[in-house]
Design a protein. Structure first.
Length: 618
């Protein structure tokens, strides 16, 4: 049988429940505009009834307030984070592709098309008046303007690569900061929830951190309850955050950290790479796998923009190894056509790291055998972790790996390919000719030495060193007009060199002869003589700019798509976990009425007890 004050306990439980609901509603209303706040709700259930041993059997005992829990749907959290990862990647790509496009666009004055058209006009003027030194000087100036264009573009793209590299470091530091914060919050959540309470605000904070992380790199989370040795739920949970295709970043209170290690000058991947590009590792020495195809987010976008080579990288098979103590020489056979052309070669000229049979080796120099289609690398055994011996014979060899995106290295390789091919064709024509004075002519285009102390000679570009590199030494960054011609334009080989006296001449033979100039004009206008991706020499910008515009357009399209999805998914998520002012206003009235009625019930029972105790003498 219930006590005399049973009704008062029931009313008091209702009063407590209504008070908790009112306080929760007030908290929701206060956080209407708080980013990442999840609406909270009081969970209630009826108390166990009491047996009263009467005809009606059991009597209700009131309401039990179980907990204050947040309303959150994990399904939409996962969808939002997956979308944020893609959005972050294409936002980054769209930004940098637009920058490359802007670099390449012709402003009508200093762009490629404008400069090349001026070169064509100067060539025609030279053909019309080949013995005029002022016309030769004008042509020389336009030839120099062409090299200045490529020098400038090369510098701009290297600066862009450096900027992207710096951003990679910033993103890695941000990941480390978020990891530390999540681990700290995990500990705080477990301390609170092991006491039986729900750490709603801290859980919101953790979800906000994971949302922020998902824009940088792909994220997967897992939360499982922790049981004691007797199988009882402790109230604590194990919360795990995995990134970049499943690598553990945070596990409860523990977290891993990433570090950026700058490549040294003898560890460059591409000839055009700036010094100090970062490789990413875990601080315990494990490889992060920055080219992991499962990884997405801003970090992936930055890495692909910095290192994207359109899938073209050095790879082949070791066919000969000569171990000589401190050094080894390894011959590697290649098959892809782009690896068999020095105009398309991207190998570093300062040494680098090559993977042979899943072991990294430092090479200090290399040469190319065009006849056999093989490269020979000089391996520094003392610098490498282990000497290169015949054990690695017939093993696969590679330098870095293919990054299937047209990033900065791709555009720089395109420029190098064009300038090497163009310079070689022009040089070959002019060196076959004679100067206006009838003397043997030299080359027009050359490249500055890396240390800036001189320039490559005609013999060096024609492979007098015997290493097969030749015009590989020319890049968009160092190409220039020879010092000899800059000082004396009359040394240009405009006249045809006819050694056979029986060979009939032309109307232009003699002092006014211009056959070599006409050969250059024919070469730049005939795709059969000079072809860059199926176009004539002047089609360079059309090819490369179309790549940049297509990449920028694709990135913009994907960015707009994922931005729209972000809005839709966030609206769906907010419809569940967000605070609705109208809904809270109704809840406020509802809980106010509950509180008033519970108070009224206590007031009524007070009168009942007053009459029962004071007036009946019970």
């Amino acid at each position: 049988m219930p006590s005399t004050f049973f009704g008062l306990e029931i009313a008091a439980s209702g009063l407590r429940a209504a008070n908790a609901a009112l306080n929760t509603t007030a908290n929701n209303i206060s956080n209407t505009n708080t980013t990442g706040y999840s609406r909270q709700e009081v969970k209630q259930e009826a108390m166990n009834p009491l047996r009263v041993f009467s005809t009606y059997g059991c009597a209700g005992a009131g309401v039990n307030t179980l907990a204050i829990e947040r309303i959150r749907e994990g399904f939409y959290d996962n969808k939002f984070r997956q979308n944020e990862t893609k959005l972050g990647e294409y936002d980054t790509k769209a930004y940098y592709c637009k920058m490359i496009e802007q670099y390449l666009e012709d402003d009508g004055k200093t762009g490629f098309t404008s400069v090349f058209d001026q070169l064509a006009i100067a060539l025609q003027s030279l053909a019309n008046d080949p013995d005029n030194d002022s016309v030769k000087m004008s042509f020389r100036s336009t030839a120099k303007s062409l090299t200045d264009y490529f020098n400038t573009m090369y510098g701009d793209l290297q600066n862009l690569q450096e900027d992207v590299n710096d951003e990679i470091k910033i993103r890695v530091d941000h990941i480390n900061s978020i990891a530390q914060d999540i681990a700290t919050v995990n500990k705080q959540i477990n301390v609170i929830e092991m006491s039986g309470s729900k750490a709603n605000e801290l859980r919101d904070k953790r979800d906000n951190l994971v949302d922020e992380l998902s824009a940088i790199v792909d994220v997967r989370t897992e939360e499982v309850p922790i049981y004691d040795q007797n199988g009882n739920d402790t109230g604590a949970t194990r919360y795990i955050v995995r990134i970049a295709g499943g690598q553990t970043l945070v596990d409860m209170n523990d977290y891993n950290q990433l570090m950026c290690v700058a490549r040294k000058s003898d560890e460059k991947v591409n000839q055009t790479d700036v010094d100090g590009l970062y490789d990413i590792y875990w601080t315990d020495g494990r490889n992060f796998g920055m080219y992991n195809e499962s990884m997405n987010g801003e970090l992936t976008g930055l890495i692909q923009m910095r290192d994207g080579n359109n899938g073209e990288y050095f790879h082949g098979k070791a066919t000969y190894i000569n171990y000589a103590g401190k050094t080894s020489r390894v011959t590697i056979a290649v098959e892809d056509s782009y690896l068999k052309s020095m105009t398309q070669c991207k190998l570093s000229d300062t040494g680098g790291v090559i993977n042979i049979g899943d072991q990294l080796y430092y090479y200090s120099d290399w040469s190319y055998d065009e006849e056999n289609g093989t490269y020979t690398f000089t391996i520094d055994n003392e610098k490498s972790d282990e000497p290169l011996t015949v054990v690695k014979l017939n093993r696969e060899a590679s330098i870095s790996q293919g990054v299937e995106y047209q990033g900065v290295p791709y555009y720089m390789a395109q420029m190098n390919e064009w300038i090497r091919e163009f310079a070689q064709r022009v040089n070959d024509i002019f060196t076959e000719g004679l100067t206006g004075a009838g003397e043997d002519a030299g080359i027009l285009y050359t490249g500055a030495y890396p240390n800036g102390t001189g320039e490559y000679t005609e013999n060096e570009l024609n492979d007098s060193r015997g290493n097969g590199k030749g015009y590989y030494y020319l890049t968009a960054g160092n190409v220039t007009v020879t010092d000899e011609l800059m000082h004396d334009a009359s040394l240009l080989g405009t006249r045809e060199n006819v050694d056979d006296e029986d060979t009939p001449g032309t109307e232009e033979d003699g002092v006014e002869q211009n056959n070599q100039v006409r050969k250059v004009i024919s070469m730049i206008n005939d795709v059969r003589q000079f072809s860059f991706r199926g176009r004539t020499a002047g089609g360079f910008l059309e090819c490369v700019l179309s790549d940049a515009m297509l990449n920028a357009s694709n990135a913009d399209t994907f960015y707009s798509t994922y931005l729209s999805l972000e809005t839709n998914i966030d609206n769906q998520r907010t419809s569940i976990s967000g605070v609705d002012e109208d809904e809270e206003a109704l809840s406020l009235i509802k809980y106010e009425n509950s509180y008033t009625l519970a108070s009224k019930m206590i007031s009524v029972l007070t009168e009942v007890y007053d009459r029962l105790i004071l007036q009946t003498g019970v």
